[in-house]
Design a binder for this molecule. Sequence first.
Ligand SMILES: Nc1nc2c(ncn2[C@@H]2O[C@H](COP(=O)(O)OP(=O)(O)OP(=O)(O)O)[C@@H](O)[C@H]2O)c(=O)[nH]1
Ligand SMILES: [Mg+2]
Length: 305
Amino acid sequence: MEDNASFKSGFAALIGRPNVGKSTLMNRMIGQKIAITSDKPQTTRNRIQTVLTMQEGQIVFLDTPGIHKAKNKLGGYMVNAAEQTLKQADVILWLVEPTDYIGAGEKHIIEQLKKAKAPVILVINKTDTVKKGEILRFIDVYRKEMDFQEIVPVSALKGHNIDELIRCILLYLPYGPAYYDEDTVTDQPVRQIVAELIREKALRLLEDEIPHGVAVVIESMKETERIWQIEATVVCERESHKGIVIGKGGRMLKQIGSAARPDIEKMLEKQVNLKLWVKVKKDWRDSELLLRNYGYDPKDLTDSE
Ligand SMILES: Nc1nc2c(ncn2[C@@H]2O[C@H](COP(=O)(O)OP(=O)(O)OP(=O)(O)O)[C@@H](O)[C@H]2O)c(=O)[nH]1
Ligand SMILES: [Mg+2]
Protein backbone atom coordinates (compact mmCIF):
# COMPACT_ATOMS: atom_id res chain seq x y z
CA MET A 1 0.00 0.00 0.00
CA GLU A 2 2.71 2.48 1.00
CA ASP A 3 4.67 1.78 -2.17
CA ASN A 4 1.94 3.46 -4.12
CA ALA A 5 3.26 6.77 -5.49
CA SER A 6 -0.14 8.39 -5.00
CA PHE A 7 -0.33 7.60 -1.27
CA LYS A 8 -0.66 10.64 0.99
CA SER A 9 0.12 11.03 4.67
CA GLY A 10 0.29 13.81 7.20
CA PHE A 11 -0.94 15.51 10.34
CA ALA A 12 -4.31 17.24 10.72
CA ALA A 13 -4.72 19.35 13.86
CA LEU A 14 -8.15 20.01 15.39
CA ILE A 15 -8.16 23.47 16.94
CA GLY A 16 -10.90 25.59 18.47
CA ARG A 17 -12.50 26.98 21.59
CA PRO A 18 -13.62 24.61 24.33
CA ASN A 19 -16.80 22.61 23.69
CA VAL A 20 -17.06 23.17 19.91
CA GLY A 21 -16.91 19.40 19.31
CA LYS A 22 -13.27 18.70 18.39
CA SER A 23 -13.08 15.37 20.20
CA THR A 24 -16.52 14.27 19.00
CA LEU A 25 -15.45 15.03 15.42
CA MET A 26 -12.14 13.18 15.75
CA ASN A 27 -13.85 10.11 17.22
CA ARG A 28 -16.37 10.25 14.39
CA MET A 29 -13.70 10.44 11.68
CA ILE A 30 -11.76 7.44 13.01
CA GLY A 31 -14.99 5.58 13.82
CA GLN A 32 -13.96 4.82 17.39
CA LYS A 33 -14.14 6.47 20.78
CA ILE A 34 -10.63 7.42 21.87
CA ALA A 35 -10.99 11.00 23.13
CA ILE A 36 -13.51 11.61 25.90
CA THR A 37 -16.27 14.19 25.36
CA SER A 38 -18.71 16.09 27.54
CA ASP A 39 -20.99 19.11 27.51
CA LYS A 40 -18.62 20.85 29.93
CA PRO A 41 -15.90 23.04 28.42
CA GLN A 42 -12.22 22.06 28.89
CA THR A 43 -12.84 18.33 28.69
CA THR A 44 -9.67 17.48 26.74
CA ARG A 45 -6.44 18.20 28.64
CA ASN A 46 -3.75 16.67 26.43
CA ARG A 47 -2.92 16.45 22.78
CA ILE A 48 -4.41 13.16 21.61
CA GLN A 49 -3.17 11.55 18.44
CA THR A 50 -5.24 9.10 16.39
CA VAL A 51 -4.72 7.52 13.01
CA LEU A 52 -7.08 6.95 10.08
CA THR A 53 -5.63 4.73 7.34
CA MET A 54 -7.42 4.50 3.99
CA GLN A 55 -6.49 3.29 0.55
CA GLU A 56 -5.64 6.83 -0.60
CA GLY A 57 -3.67 7.84 2.45
CA GLN A 58 -3.17 8.12 6.17
CA ILE A 59 -4.41 11.02 8.27
CA VAL A 60 -2.88 11.46 11.72
CA PHE A 61 -5.35 13.55 13.74
CA LEU A 62 -4.15 15.74 16.59
CA ASP A 63 -7.02 16.56 18.96
CA THR A 64 -6.19 19.44 21.28
CA PRO A 65 -7.57 21.12 24.41
CA GLY A 66 -9.87 24.07 23.74
CA ILE A 67 -8.05 27.40 23.53
CA HIS A 68 -9.23 29.65 26.38
CA LYS A 69 -8.02 32.22 28.90
CA ALA A 70 -6.09 30.05 31.34
CA LYS A 71 -6.83 30.60 35.02
CA ASN A 72 -4.35 28.11 36.52
CA LYS A 73 -1.23 26.13 35.61
CA LEU A 74 -3.26 23.25 34.19
CA GLY A 75 -5.10 25.69 31.91
CA GLY A 76 -1.78 27.18 30.79
CA TYR A 77 -0.47 23.70 30.01
CA MET A 78 -3.62 22.92 28.01
CA VAL A 79 -3.55 26.07 25.89
CA ASN A 80 0.16 25.58 25.28
CA ALA A 81 -0.50 21.99 24.14
CA ALA A 82 -3.03 23.30 21.63
CA GLU A 83 -0.92 26.17 20.30
CA GLN A 84 2.24 24.04 19.98
CA THR A 85 0.28 21.53 17.91
CA LEU A 86 -0.34 24.17 15.24
CA LYS A 87 3.35 23.95 14.35
CA GLN A 88 3.24 20.20 13.75
CA ALA A 89 0.28 20.21 11.41
CA ASP A 90 0.21 19.77 7.63
CA VAL A 91 -3.34 21.03 7.68
CA ILE A 92 -5.33 22.77 10.41
CA LEU A 93 -9.03 22.20 11.04
CA TRP A 94 -10.48 25.20 12.86
CA LEU A 95 -13.75 24.14 14.43
CA VAL A 96 -16.38 26.74 15.23
CA GLU A 97 -19.94 26.86 16.50
CA PRO A 98 -22.63 27.63 13.92
CA THR A 99 -23.05 31.34 14.69
CA ASP A 100 -22.24 34.70 13.14
CA TYR A 101 -20.75 36.03 16.37
CA ILE A 102 -16.98 36.29 16.36
CA GLY A 103 -15.81 37.06 19.89
CA ALA A 104 -12.46 37.72 21.54
CA GLY A 105 -11.84 33.97 21.81
CA GLU A 106 -12.15 33.49 18.07
CA LYS A 107 -10.09 36.61 17.35
CA HIS A 108 -7.26 35.21 19.47
CA ILE A 109 -7.36 31.94 17.53
CA ILE A 110 -7.39 33.80 14.20
CA GLU A 111 -4.13 35.50 15.25
CA GLN A 112 -2.58 32.10 15.94
CA LEU A 113 -3.83 30.68 12.65
CA LYS A 114 -2.40 33.58 10.66
CA LYS A 115 1.03 32.84 12.16
CA ALA A 116 0.81 29.13 11.33
CA LYS A 117 2.21 27.96 8.01
CA ALA A 118 -0.26 25.16 7.30
CA PRO A 119 -3.44 25.65 5.25
CA VAL A 120 -6.59 26.14 7.34
CA ILE A 121 -9.94 24.44 6.77
CA LEU A 122 -12.82 26.14 8.57
CA VAL A 123 -15.16 23.49 9.94
CA ILE A 124 -18.55 24.77 11.01
CA ASN A 125 -19.76 22.05 13.39
CA LYS A 126 -23.16 21.32 14.95
CA THR A 127 -25.07 22.11 11.76
CA ASP A 128 -27.83 19.88 13.10
CA THR A 129 -28.72 22.69 15.53
CA VAL A 130 -29.41 25.40 12.92
CA LYS A 131 -31.47 25.89 9.76
CA LYS A 132 -29.68 25.13 6.50
CA GLY A 133 -30.14 28.64 5.14
CA GLU A 134 -28.36 30.20 8.07
CA ILE A 135 -25.07 28.44 7.41
CA LEU A 136 -24.34 30.54 4.31
CA ARG A 137 -24.54 33.66 6.45
CA PHE A 138 -22.06 32.24 8.98
CA ILE A 139 -19.69 31.32 6.17
CA ASP A 140 -19.79 34.92 4.93
CA VAL A 141 -18.99 36.31 8.36
CA TYR A 142 -15.99 34.02 8.84
CA ARG A 143 -14.69 34.51 5.32
CA LYS A 144 -14.26 38.22 6.06
CA GLU A 145 -11.88 37.41 8.94
CA MET A 146 -9.28 35.40 7.03
CA ASP A 147 -8.59 33.25 3.98
CA PHE A 148 -9.56 29.62 4.34
CA GLN A 149 -8.50 26.87 1.95
CA GLU A 150 -11.91 25.28 2.41
CA ILE A 151 -15.05 25.80 4.44
CA VAL A 152 -16.88 22.62 5.40
CA PRO A 153 -20.09 22.51 7.46
CA VAL A 154 -20.52 19.23 9.39
CA SER A 155 -22.38 17.62 12.22
CA ALA A 156 -19.95 15.49 14.22
CA LEU A 157 -22.79 14.23 16.38
CA LYS A 158 -25.04 13.12 13.51
CA GLY A 159 -22.22 12.21 11.15
CA HIS A 160 -23.24 14.69 8.44
CA ASN A 161 -20.73 15.60 5.70
CA ILE A 162 -17.86 13.72 7.37
CA ASP A 163 -16.74 11.97 4.18
CA GLU A 164 -16.53 15.32 2.44
CA LEU A 165 -14.33 16.68 5.24
CA ILE A 166 -12.00 13.67 5.06
CA ARG A 167 -11.73 14.14 1.29
CA CYS A 168 -10.83 17.82 1.84
CA ILE A 169 -8.16 16.98 4.42
CA LEU A 170 -6.51 14.52 2.03
CA LEU A 171 -6.27 17.23 -0.62
CA TYR A 172 -3.87 19.19 1.59
CA LEU A 173 -1.64 16.34 2.77
CA PRO A 174 1.72 15.73 1.10
CA TYR A 175 2.52 12.57 -0.85
CA GLY A 176 4.55 10.09 1.13
CA PRO A 177 4.56 6.79 3.00
CA ALA A 178 2.39 6.12 6.05
CA TYR A 179 3.73 7.23 9.44
CA TYR A 180 2.12 4.32 11.28
CA ASP A 181 1.17 0.75 10.38
CA GLU A 182 -2.46 0.35 9.45
CA ASP A 183 -3.44 -1.25 12.78
CA THR A 184 -2.39 1.80 14.79
CA VAL A 185 -5.31 3.78 16.14
CA THR A 186 -3.80 6.02 18.80
CA ASP A 187 -0.67 6.99 20.74
CA GLN A 188 -2.58 6.92 24.03
CA PRO A 189 -1.48 4.11 26.36
CA VAL A 190 -4.34 1.82 27.47
CA ARG A 191 -3.91 3.01 31.09
CA GLN A 192 -4.40 6.58 29.97
CA ILE A 193 -7.59 5.76 28.08
CA VAL A 194 -8.96 3.89 31.10
CA ALA A 195 -8.21 6.89 33.34
CA GLU A 196 -9.85 9.21 30.83
CA LEU A 197 -13.00 7.08 30.58
CA ILE A 198 -13.38 7.32 34.36
CA ARG A 199 -12.75 11.08 34.27
CA GLU A 200 -15.38 11.41 31.54
CA LYS A 201 -18.05 9.93 33.80
CA ALA A 202 -16.98 12.21 36.65
CA LEU A 203 -17.21 15.18 34.27
CA ARG A 204 -20.66 14.16 33.11
CA LEU A 205 -22.10 13.29 36.51
CA LEU A 206 -20.66 16.04 38.72
CA GLU A 207 -21.87 19.63 38.63
CA ASP A 208 -20.39 23.13 38.76
CA GLU A 209 -16.68 23.65 39.29
CA ILE A 210 -15.96 20.25 40.82
CA PRO A 211 -15.34 18.20 37.65
CA HIS A 212 -12.72 20.70 36.45
CA GLY A 213 -10.66 19.94 39.55
CA VAL A 214 -10.77 16.18 39.04
CA ALA A 215 -7.86 14.02 37.90
CA VAL A 216 -7.86 10.22 37.68
CA VAL A 217 -4.84 8.07 38.43
CA ILE A 218 -4.69 4.35 37.69
CA GLU A 219 -3.10 2.67 40.71
CA SER A 220 -3.01 -0.85 39.29
CA MET A 221 -4.25 -2.93 36.37
CA LYS A 222 -3.95 -6.71 36.65
CA GLU A 223 -5.17 -9.13 34.01
CA THR A 224 -6.25 -12.65 34.83
CA GLU A 225 -7.63 -15.15 32.36
CA ARG A 226 -11.20 -14.09 33.01
CA ILE A 227 -11.08 -10.51 34.22
CA TRP A 228 -9.18 -7.21 34.52
CA GLN A 229 -8.74 -5.96 38.10
CA ILE A 230 -8.42 -2.18 38.00
CA GLU A 231 -7.87 0.20 40.90
CA ALA A 232 -8.01 3.93 40.35
CA THR A 233 -8.00 7.08 42.43
CA VAL A 234 -10.18 10.09 41.71
CA VAL A 235 -8.21 13.13 42.84
CA CYS A 236 -10.07 16.30 43.81
CA GLU A 237 -8.98 19.70 45.07
CA ARG A 238 -10.74 20.17 48.41
CA GLU A 239 -12.14 18.21 51.35
CA SER A 240 -15.59 19.63 50.60
CA HIS A 241 -15.33 18.27 47.03
CA LYS A 242 -14.37 14.83 48.29
CA GLY A 243 -17.73 14.42 49.99
CA ILE A 244 -19.53 15.36 46.79
CA VAL A 245 -17.46 12.99 44.65
CA ILE A 246 -18.20 10.13 47.06
CA GLY A 247 -21.86 11.13 47.45
CA LYS A 248 -24.44 10.07 50.01
CA GLY A 249 -23.62 6.55 51.12
CA GLY A 250 -20.99 6.37 48.35
CA ARG A 251 -23.65 6.69 45.68
CA MET A 252 -21.90 9.16 43.37
CA LEU A 253 -18.63 7.24 43.28
CA LYS A 254 -20.56 4.05 42.60
CA GLN A 255 -22.40 5.77 39.75
CA ILE A 256 -19.13 6.96 38.23
CA GLY A 257 -17.73 3.44 38.44
CA SER A 258 -20.79 1.72 36.96
CA ALA A 259 -20.90 4.20 34.09
CA ALA A 260 -17.19 3.79 33.30
CA ARG A 261 -17.03 0.01 33.56
CA PRO A 262 -18.96 -0.92 30.38
CA ASP A 263 -16.85 1.52 28.34
CA ILE A 264 -13.64 0.04 29.74
CA GLU A 265 -14.90 -3.50 29.14
CA LYS A 266 -15.69 -2.61 25.55
CA MET A 267 -12.18 -1.29 25.00
CA LEU A 268 -10.36 -4.14 26.78
CA GLU A 269 -12.80 -6.75 25.40
CA LYS A 270 -12.92 -8.41 28.78
CA GLN A 271 -14.86 -8.23 32.03
CA VAL A 272 -13.62 -5.56 34.41
CA ASN A 273 -13.66 -5.26 38.17
CA LEU A 274 -13.22 -1.56 38.94
CA LYS A 275 -12.35 -0.21 42.39
CA LEU A 276 -12.38 3.54 42.88
CA TRP A 277 -10.88 5.63 45.69
CA VAL A 278 -11.04 9.36 46.32
CA LYS A 279 -8.15 11.52 47.49
CA VAL A 280 -7.73 15.25 48.11
CA LYS A 281 -4.69 17.05 46.75
CA LYS A 282 -5.17 20.67 47.58
CA ASP A 283 -4.98 22.98 44.55
CA TRP A 284 -3.20 20.35 42.46
CA ARG A 285 -4.05 22.29 39.28
CA ASP A 286 -1.53 24.92 40.33
CA SER A 287 1.22 22.58 41.51
CA GLU A 288 3.87 21.77 38.95
CA LEU A 289 4.86 18.60 40.81
CA LEU A 290 1.31 17.27 41.01
CA LEU A 291 0.55 18.22 37.41
CA ARG A 292 3.51 16.09 36.39
CA ASN A 293 2.31 13.25 38.64
CA TYR A 294 -1.06 13.26 36.91
CA GLY A 295 0.41 13.16 33.43
CA TYR A 296 0.40 16.85 32.50
CA ASP A 297 4.09 17.39 32.02
CA PRO A 298 5.14 20.69 30.42
CA LYS A 299 8.27 18.91 29.17
CA ASP A 300 6.02 16.87 26.87
CA LEU A 301 5.43 20.05 24.94
CA THR A 302 8.98 21.09 24.16
CA ASP A 303 9.11 22.12 20.57
CA SER A 304 11.05 19.80 18.33
CA GLU A 305 11.48 22.35 15.55
N1 LIG B 1 -25.80 19.07 18.50
C1 LIG B 1 -24.51 18.76 18.35
N2 LIG B 1 -23.71 18.64 19.43
C2 LIG B 1 -22.42 18.31 19.24
C3 LIG B 1 -21.85 18.12 17.95
N3 LIG B 1 -20.55 17.82 18.09
C4 LIG B 1 -20.31 17.83 19.42
N4 LIG B 1 -21.42 18.12 20.12
C5 LIG B 1 -21.57 18.22 21.58
O1 LIG B 1 -20.79 19.29 22.07
C6 LIG B 1 -20.27 18.98 23.37
C7 LIG B 1 -18.76 19.15 23.37
O2 LIG B 1 -18.17 18.14 22.58
P1 LIG B 1 -16.62 17.78 22.71
O3 LIG B 1 -16.30 16.90 21.56
O4 LIG B 1 -16.31 17.32 24.08
O5 LIG B 1 -15.97 19.24 22.48
P2 LIG B 1 -14.43 19.67 22.45
O6 LIG B 1 -14.29 20.73 21.44
O7 LIG B 1 -13.56 18.47 22.31
O8 LIG B 1 -14.31 20.30 23.90
P3 LIG B 1 -12.96 20.52 24.81
O9 LIG B 1 -12.24 19.22 24.87
O10 LIG B 1 -13.52 20.94 26.12
O11 LIG B 1 -12.18 21.62 24.14
C8 LIG B 1 -20.71 17.55 23.68
O12 LIG B 1 -21.86 17.62 24.50
C9 LIG B 1 -21.03 16.98 22.31
O13 LIG B 1 -22.01 15.96 22.33
C10 LIG B 1 -22.74 18.27 16.81
O14 LIG B 1 -22.36 18.11 15.65
N5 LIG B 1 -24.04 18.59 17.09
MG1 LIG C 1 -12.11 17.71 23.52
